[in-house]
Design a binder for this molecule. Structure first.
Ligand SMILES: N[C@@H](CCC(=O)N[C@@H](CS)C(=O)NCC(=O)O)C(=O)O
Length: 284
């Protein structure tokens, strides 16, 4: 039995649904109502001490952490390979998935709460029970101060860098030799868990009306279009949004309201005079 404890709009849960769907596996799901704090019940914490989704139960073996779940699912089951055979390519793949764990996911939490979720009072319920104090601090700031919160610019700067990193990876050059040799269609050559890991974050940026981040990057736009065209993207990500459509509507509506402001913020940070970052190779 393969059971995924998940949530319909959670980016991490979407990441693991995507891997499972790409493998073509039968699975059952249990929705963890994050704003009702199902993830903080003693029964759930006894299985997953981090109090987060997703969580996989494979015949009684409990696996947590979306990227770990994805490797487990790939390694244990037959079906299309989502990991390269070459250990070096595997290392590159993990360098991408690690980025999501390191700070891309934190940035997603900040921008989603600051722009959209803060407008829903029940979202505040999730904050009090947070088991990760760093995340709790970011959530409180984003919930209270919206896009003026102290983490917002950092989060946008991280996403702007990420889009640049993806662009150079698809060019084959990579953002540095460690990630060179990928593309032209997928991040490390063939479609892999690296692309799976990034897909829900791209969808989130799209929902929050931030596609301006790649408007001058046709390689990224084409890669995103290729991701969206995969049947598993539809069944693992898009189809779940209909479970409770108001959240994606909220993201689009609130995202549209601040899109110009956020765009100016990003452009300001790209300006070297601001002390921001300039992509290598850009005129400065
Ligand atoms: N590193 C974890 C992060 C999981 C995570 O943050 N999940 C969020 C949803 S995307 C969650 O469960 N939030 C509930 C909460 O913070 O209380 C993973 O990749 O699985």
């Amino acid at each position: 039995m393969l059971k995924l404890y998940h949530h319909h709009t959670s980016v991490c849960a979407a990441k693991s649904r995507l891997a499972i769907e790409e493998k073509g596996l039968e699975w059952e799901g249990e929705i963890i109502r994050l704003r009702e704090r199902d993830q903080h019940t003693p029964e759930y914490i006894a299985l997953n001490p981090f109090g987060l989704v997703p969580m996989l139960d494979h015949d009684g073996r409990i696996v947590v952490e979306s990227n770990v779940i994805n490797e487990y699912v790939n390694d244990v089951f037959d079906g299309p390979k989502l990991k390269p055979d070459d250990p070096y390519k595997q290392a590159q793949m993990r360098t991408w998935t690690r980025m999501t764990d390191e700070n891309v996911h934190a940035a997603a939490g900040v921008i989603t709460t600051a722009i959209a979720y803060r407008h829903v009072p029940s979202h505040g319920n999730q904050i009090s029970g947070q088991l990760d104090p760093y995340k709790q601090a970011r959530k409180i700031a984003s919930f209270e101060d919206g896009i003026d919160n102290v983490h917002f610019r950092t989060a946008m700067r991280r996403y702007d860098m990420l889009i640049h990193q993806i662009d150079t990876a698809l060019s084959g050059e990579g953002p540095g030799k460690a990630l060179a040799g990928g593309g032209p269609d997928w991040l490390v050559g063939d479609y892999s868990l690296a692309d799976v890991a990034m897909a829900p974050y791209m969808e989130r940026l799209n929902c929050l009306e931030m596609s301006f981040l790649w408007e001058d990057k046709p390689r990224v736009a084409d890669w995103y279009a290729r991701l969206k065209a995969r049947p598993a993207y539809q069944s693992a990500i898009i189809d779940w949004f209909d479970w409770d459509i108001s959240w994606t509507d909220l993201m689009h509506e609130q995202g549209a309201q601040v899109s110009n402001q956020v765009r100016s913020m990003v452009e300001e940070m790209r300006d070297p005079g601001y002390g921001g970052w300039t992509p290598p190779g850009a005129d400065a």
